[in-house]
Design a binder for this molecule. Structure first.
Ligand code: ATP
Length: 136
C-alpha cells in the first residue's frame, strides 16, 4: 500500500484503531502537524486534542489524550493515555466529568489546578467531537 499510511492508536485500555489511511493531522505539543505517505521519520509528544483522519474522501475525528506519536514513512503509531473514535464517545459521561472538574475548581484552597483544567480540556474536546462541532 504505497500511498496509504498505517495508523495504529494504542492505549493502556486497548487498540483503538488500526487502519490504512490517506492523511493524518494531530495535535503535537509544538502545534498541529500533518502526515502524508512518505513523511520523514520523527517522534513527538501529543497534547490533549483530536486526530483528524482522512481516508477515501471521508474524514473521521478521534479524541486523543496526551501521549506520543511515532512517524515513519508508511506508518504512524499513536501511544496515548486514552483515545476514542467519535462514535464511541459518551457525551453524558464527558459532561459529568466536566461538571466534577468545574466543581473542584470552585474549592479554590484544595484544588489541583492542573489536574482539574486537564479534565475540563478532555471533556471539552470529547463533547466537540461527539457533537460534531468540529469540521475539516
Ligand atoms: P472520566 O472522569 O469520565 O473517567 P477521564 O477524562 O478522566 O474521564 P480517561 O482517564 O481519559 O477518562 O479515560 C479512562 C477510560 O475511559 C479510557 O478507556 C477512555 O477511553 C474512557 N473514557 C473516558 N471518558 C469517556 C467518554 N466520555 N466516552 C467514552 N469513553 C470514555
Amino acid at each position: 500500500m504505497d500511498n496509504k499510511i498505517r495508523l495504529d492508536i494504542v492505549t493502556p485500555h486497548g487498540l483503538v484503531l488500526s487502519e490504512d489511511v490517506d492523511e493524518i493531522t494531530a495535535t503535537g505539543s509544538e502545534g498541529e502537524f500533518g502526515v502524508l505517505p512518505g513523511h520523514v521519520p520523527f517522534i513527538t509528544t501529543l497534547k490533549i486534542g483530536m486526530l483528524i483522519v482522512k481516508k477515501d474522501n471521508k474524514t473521521d475525528f478521534v479524541f486523543v489524550n496526551s501521549g506520543y506519536a511515532e512517524v515513519t514513512s508508511g506508518k504512524v503509531i499513536i501511544l496515548a493515555d486514552s483515545a476514542e473514535r467519535a462514535g464511541d464517545i459518551d457525551v453524558e459521561r464527558a459532561k459529568a466529568a466536566m461538571k466534577r472538574a468545574e466543581e473542584r475548581l470552585q474549592q479554590a484552597d484544595r484544588v489541583d489546578f492542573g489536574r482539574a483544567t486537564a479534565a475540563i480540556e478532555r471533556a471539552t474536546i470529547r463533547i466537540q467531537i461527539a457533537e460534531k462541532k468540529v469540521t475539516r
